[in-house]
Design a protein around this ligand. Structure first.
Ligand code: GLY
Length: 418
């Protein structure tokens, strides 16, 4: 009894400290202000054109065709849904629906690649979360999940990420980013879709855990498997500095992905793994950066002269806030929704450590160094998209804003329901 009271006191104290040191509402107000500026720029709306980036020195969004071969189409509608949940602005709602619904054909046409998950989770998924009366979104998400599952290779035990690159990579390629798409499969299995979708997601996560990481918990970007036998062939990079380096956003997808897989499975193995991949990220971050925002790749030999990647910090901040909630004894439930009595993975110290790290990231991101403010209408500066290809280096990129806003809303939720 005494222990429960003490732990409750710690949680309340921590929530109090967090809310005193970081003003979430102020940052959510800032985001809403920037969203309205962006909407003004985009008017009259052509919903088929979605904001993607604002390059260094530019002031306006560069848009991409939403239903082309574009992996980021879900982020702008997702930002609008999240902003709507906070601002309740009718104009934002109108735009959220428009930019979401234009993506519907993607769920019914032959799949281009694994990014269908990113696209649908951000758009229709966030729409369903924040506007549940839109039940017309459910069949679209279910169709998209079935489509995503067609990329599954049972021999390898993972989804194929890039069908167009099978030849280049000499086999079935799976990238770390693909972990995020499992959310769509889990959701579908829990909402009237085939139970097989859940099995595919679990097998993908388990196979990835086995092959996609080095002994220290850092990840390769790409794992290549023999298409026919399914045998793991090698790990390598695509967007990172080197095959052996830690590409910051790749590691951020791993942290976010395994936290999300734990959310759906409540399997302690995934919780422990999420902590493992988070711990190596935090260790290397502190060794290589001058703040809580990582270099685009932690092994870039230029060190602090190398570009940063604010987007990775946003993904990690959002993930760590969620991860911290699974380590609060009071909030833990087992897979049947009952209080979890397995003590082996309870760790309040880690909960506070992850939450504080996330808040430190959000605090750094919310300074003039990283916020765009009057410079453009995105939320943030200094993300890096595809450094080896020389693309989107030190830019405002739409997914940084998406995960920044998601992290702020998660923190607000936590402050309201400690
Ligand atoms: N999914 C591609 C990237 O993270 O850049």
């Amino acid at each position: 009894m005494k222990r429960i009271a003490f732990s409750l006191l710690c949680t309340l104290l921590a929530a109090n400290i967090y809310s005193q040191t970081f003003d979430v509402d102020k940052q959510l107000d800032y985001c809403h202000h920037q969203v309205m500026k962006s909407l003004q720029q985009l008017r009259p709306y052509d919903f088929t054109q979605e904001p993607r980036n604002i390059l260094a020195g530019q002031h306006r969004w560069n848009c991409r065709r939403a239903v082309a071969e574009e992996w980021c189409s879900g982020f702008w509608p997702g930002i609008l849904w999240m902003d709507y949940s906070y601002s309740h602005s009718a104009e934002v709602l109108h735009a959220a629906k428009g930019y979401t619904e234009v993506l519907k054909p993607l769920a019914y046409q032959p799949i281009y690649d694994h990014d269908l998950g990113f696209i649908m989770i951000g758009s229709f998924g966030k729409g369903l979360t924040y506007s549940p009366m839109l039940s017309i979104y459910r069949p679209i998400l279910l169709a998209a999940a079935d489509s995503l599952a067609t990329l599954y290779n049972a021999k390898a035990g993972t989804l194929l990420s890039w069908p167009r690159h099978v030849k280049d990579y000499g086999g079935h390629n799976t990238i770390m980013d693909n972990m995020i798409n499992l959310d769509l499969l889990f959701w579908a299995a829990a909402n009237g879709g085939s139970p097989l979708l859940r099995q595919i997601a679990i097998t993908h996560a388990t196979t990835t855990m086995r092959h996609h990481f080095r002994p220290d918990g850092s990840s390769y970007h790409v794992a290549v498997y023999d298409t026919l036998s399914g045998q793991f062939l090698r790990g390598q990079t695509h967007q990172g500095y080197a095959d052996s380096s830690m590409w910051s956003r790749g590691q951020s997808w791993a942290i976010y992905g395994y936290t999300m897989v734990y959310r759906w499975t409540r399997d302690p193995l995934f919780l422990q793994f999420a902590q493992r991949v988070a711990d190596i990220y935090l260790l290397r971050l502190r060794q290589t950066s001058d703040d809580m925002i990582p270099l685009w790749d932690m092994d870039d030999p230029r060190g602090l002269q190398a570009p940063k990647d604010a987007s990775a910090a946003c993904v990690v901040a959002s993930a760590l806030i969620e991860l911290s909630t699974y380590l609060d004894n009071e909030r833990r439930l087992n897979s049947d929704g009952q209080p979890d009595t397995d003590n082996s993975h309870h760790n309040n110290g880690s909960a506070h450590r992850y939450r504080q790290a996330a808040i430190d990231m959000l605090a750094d991101l919310s300074t003039p160094r990283y916020q765009s403010r009057d410079r453009n209408s995105a939320f943030l500066l200094h993300s890096t998209g595809h450094h080896p290809a020389g693309s989107e280096i030190d830019a405002s990129i739409i997914y940084a804003d998406y995960y920044y806003l998601e992290a702020l809303l998660r923190l607000k939720d936590l402050q309201q329901h400690p």
